[in-house]
Design a protein. Structure first.
Ligand SMILES: Cc1cc2nc3c(=O)[nH]c(=O)nc-3n(C[C@H](O)[C@H](O)[C@H](O)COP(=O)(O)OP(=O)(O)OC[C@H]3O[C@@H](n4cnc5c(N)ncnc54)[C@H](O)[C@@H]3O)c2cc1C
Length: 469
């Protein structure tokens, strides 16, 4: 006998359908909006569509990007030093993403560390893959005749090849309607989506427009960096800088990090630090160590900017049907922002395709990737603070230089200091790994030995720094 309160098959089926509807997952025909097509937006779109295809899931992906990366100068540029670490070059090629020569402006063979006490050239420890120096847009202002191809455009084309559509619209607002996020366009129209991936970085006001999507979110802390493009001939840039990135450990007050990167007929000067201003930029460009490395007073600067840089993770960069990737969520401290865009973009895409687009899904499957970057940054802060102390003492500068020089001279020497400096400057390894390396007995022994030896430096000829051969 059938009990009267027992649900019928039809009731059970409709309850099942309702529950499935409530479960926030992407289905055939689901619409995904990606706001911003820097590396994070393009990596996210590329992996989302690649994984969806693998499980026969048919998604509609709209990438909103008002900027064309085919323009040179600020109009087409996402403001960055343009260094892609060798570990990321390797990871990308394992994913089948091989950067073409037209995008890689220069394969970097070594880093030269410059200090007032001397210089040391550190060769890439991974010979088979070189660091790539590239342009995010179509090169600097006045770069129109240079043979440049934009990295960001290359990634965007990859996403388009997978089936994404590019919408040349600025997103000017958000709303929440009938359980779905809504995007408002600059032309006054609006549309709802099953998932919105925010990849707007930290150089627009978009993160302040997310409030209507009602998730618990504090934007990341930011500061300003500095970039200047110097233009000469390709031969001249090669003669002055070779195929090396030049980095500086200087005791200028408030100075943290700067690099000069050769890129064809341009040299990119990049500075980052928590307390960067015009005065510090001026002090750096006019420092005698910088002037003997690159004639910043003679070669003209044709393009410069002060973009914002992410200094700390956004709190929980996700909610129901919303996820923040790249700089707008969590990135690596001062280094390898493109690598972090890759990792967070891929983790968000994996979550959306295989687990769902609810807050809990992102919490369980996306947040661990962000948290590991944020935890590593905490160690990075200790590393930068230690570096600041060491570079401010002439004795420790001498010891670091001496130790790295000896490691580079001896083929079989274990490169304790060289690896540390290489990884600090390139961002090739996590900060935690570098930190652990400083506790290695060999590192401590050799550093102590070199500090002791540096108490009595070799006398140098007048006008020539001690460590310059
Ligand atoms: C001085 C400096 C030097 C750096 N050097 C390096 C380096 O050498 N190597 C490295 O790996 N990283 C470097 N970085 C970090 C790197 O630039 C970032 O980590 C990286 O660009 C983050 O990518 P993203 O896609 O998250 O954001 P972005 O690259 O900032 O892209 C955001 C995109 O969103 C679009 N957008 C913004 N608002 C809207 C809107 N409302 N509607 C639609 N679209 C919108 C923008 O037009 C842009 O294209 C550097 C950063 C600075 C500041």
């Amino acid at each position: 006998m059938k009990l009267s309160h027992e649900p019928s098959v039809a009731d059970s089926f409709s309850t099942f359908v309702e529950e499935e509807e409530r479960r926030r997952v992407l289905r055939d025909g689901s619409r995904v909006a990606v706001v911003g097509s820097g590396p994070a937006g393009s990596f996210f779109s590329y992996f989302l569509l690649k994984m969806a295809e693998a499980i026969d899931l048919d998604l509609e992906v709209d990438i909103f990007e008002p900027r064309s990366f085919r323009y040179c100068g600020p109009a087409g540029c996402n403001h960055c030093g343009g260094i892609v670490s060798e570990s990321l070059v390797q990871i990308l090629s394992a994913e089948g993403i091989v950067l073409p020569d037209t995008v890689v402006q220069r394969g970097v063979e070594s880093y030269v560390v410059h200090m007032d006490v001397g210089d040391v050239e550190i060769e890439s420890p991974v010979q088979e893959q070189r660091i790539a120096a590239l342009y995010r847009g179509n090169g600097p202002r006045e770069g129109g005749d240079a043979p440049l191809e934009s990295f960001d455009n290359y990634l965007l084309e990859m996403a388009v090849d997978r089936g994404a559509s590019v919408v040349r619209q600025l997103i000017t607002g958000t709303a929440w309607n009938d359980g779905l996020p809504v995007l408002q366009y600059a032309d006054g129209t609006a549309a709802s989506y099953d998932l919105v991936a925010v990849a707007t970085g930290v150089n627009s006001n978009f993160l302040s427009l997310l409030e209507p999507l009602s998730f618990d979110f504090d934007p990341p802390k930011t500061t300003r960096g500095y970039i200047c493009e110097f233009r000469s001939t390709e031969e001249e840039i090669r003669r002055i800088l070779g195929s090396s990135v030049h980095v500086f450990l200087l005791s200028i007050p408030r100075f943290e990090f700067a690099a000069i990167i050769p890129k064809g007929q341009f040299a990119t000067v990049v500075m980052v630090g928590e307390d960067l201003d015009q005065e510090l930029v001026h002090a750096f460009l006019n420092d005698p160590v910088v002037r003997r490395t690159f004639p910043t007073d003679v070669v003209p600067c044709v393009c410069s900017c002060s973009p914002r840089i992410n200094l700390g993770a956004a709190s929980r960069p996700y909610g129901d049907r919303v996820v923040l990737v790249g700089d707008s969520g969590v990135t690596r401290l001062y280094k390898d922002g493109i690598g972090a865009a890759f990792r967070t973009g891929k983790a968000a895409a994996t979550t959306a395709v295989f687990h769902g687009v609810a807050k809990d899904d992102f919490e369980k499957h996306f947040w661990p990737a962000c948290k590991s970057i944020a935890n590593d940054n905490a160690v990075g802060k200790i590393m930068f603070a230690t570096n600041a102390v060491m570079k401010n003492s002439r004795l420790t500068r001498r010891a670091m230089l001496r130790m790295a020089q000896r490691e580079q001279e001896r083929a079989n020497a274990r490169p304790h200091m060289s690896s540390l400096l290489w990884n600090m400057f390139t961002g090739s390894a996590p900060y935690t790994e570098m930190f652990k390396g400083t506790f290695h007995p060999g590192f401590i022994y050799h550093l102590a030995r070199n500090v002791f030896a540096s108490l009595w430096p070799r006398r140098s000829k007048p006008g020539i720094p001690e460590g310059v051969a």
